[in-house]
Write a protein that binds this ligand. Sequence first.
Ligand SMILES: *Cc1c(COP(=O)(O)O)cnc(C)c1O
Length: 486
Amino acid sequence: MVKMDSNNLNDMPNEEFRKFGHELIDWVADYLENVKDKPVLAQITPGEVKLKLPDTPPFKGEPMGNIIDDLNDIIMPGMTHWNHPRFMAYFNSTASGPGILAELISAAFNINGMNWKSCPAATELEEVVLHWLRKMIKLPENYWGIIYEGGSASNMHAIAAARENIENLQLRQKGMTGRNDIDRLRLYLTEHTHSSVAKGAINVGVGLEGIRKIPVDENYRMDVTELKKAIEQDRIEGWLPFCVVATVGTTSTTSIDPIENIADICEKENLWLHVDASHAGTAAIVPELNYIINGCDRADSFVVNPHKWMFMPIDISVFYTRKPEILKRAFSLVAEYLKTSEDSEVINYMDYGITLGRRFRSLKLWFVIRYFGVEGIIERLREHIRLGKLFEKLIDENPLFEKLAPVPLSTVCFRAIPMGKNEDELNEFNKSLMDTVNSTGRVFLSHTILKGKFTVRMVVSGIRTTESDVLEVWQLLNNRCREMIK
Ligand SMILES: *Cc1c(COP(=O)(O)O)cnc(C)c1O
């Protein structure tokens, strides 16, 4: 048996790294250039990728070239292309050039930004770029920020902070179970709140029964009269209301809850107000759209995901709060080996979240903001809004389709309404329509249910999406719809 040479236990040789590094940068550039010609949705059936991969790992190392071959042959056909200009499902996340390059550098540094000392530049850059972003969105100066991996994580941290904010709970010390000295906690949201909020509530011990859904108005916004009534009723029944989660840009329709009115109630009732603006928060950077966050200066916490609509590779979510000391009380637990002599002068971000290890995520925020400039970001978002409105107009003007929700931003909710079909048949028809246009590989649209109606959603938020993409999708929908009617 040949023994491995113990002098050769190093990393990939530098020359080889350089060679494949150049090759893969070209690969990425080609990919981004050609992604528009690939099918948006992977054209495969479940299990196909697995079937092509060996059951056991290679015992001997393999040449890099083989790995890249398999990347092309096995992985690529199983890709759904989020970077595709006609990826218009869910809320998209598109990666821009500067964002991708920042991720490369971040991986190369491979720091763990748990505290200031573990990488001063990561901590200080995070402070500075979150201050920039705060100014761009026009959130007040007393908003303190931290980066988490996603909107779900940010929402969970918000609920944990809200819980910590309850007076005399002594949760840190006593926990929540086996006590009869605390009332059951109640958190308020609507059926349009993102599911991650309920997930977060489950996981911080609020439980599904502790979540109360407030009815919405005809435009899918939280009804504040109902909120007020619910809180009153809950207090009478012995619940402990502690938190309201409002949304700027709900997942189905991008509706915007009336934050000012909700803030009035939260201030009066002493409840934590968390605003989930994961997708839409970046739109507030556009001056004429800044109104969408009216009232958010009164929120206790606020989340926006730059990986959603600010052209950064997933994952980066920014969480702002006016009460970082509460967040810290909820999450700080400093082991002896993590104490540093600078602790009193610096931010140690590990004190404000569930994870100790933290990637260098601020780097991509820095690269992207600097490369495009605030102006470049504003212009791109503006164009997406224009394209969304264009599609809305096409829907409005065509008797074969109807719009199912207002379009405050660039998400359009609609369905086809061929004559002579009842509601069940329309639901069936629209599901088939969506499936058939998606199966062409030329677009990816997703759906929701609004007032019992199967609703197709079209979202413009990708950095590569242009007017011709929107028109192509419109044509495709029309053609397929007419074929189906025949
Ligand atoms: C996308 C989204 C989330 C979840 O964010 P992740 O980063 O995917 O965890 C939460 N809330 C809203 C409103 C969203 O749009």
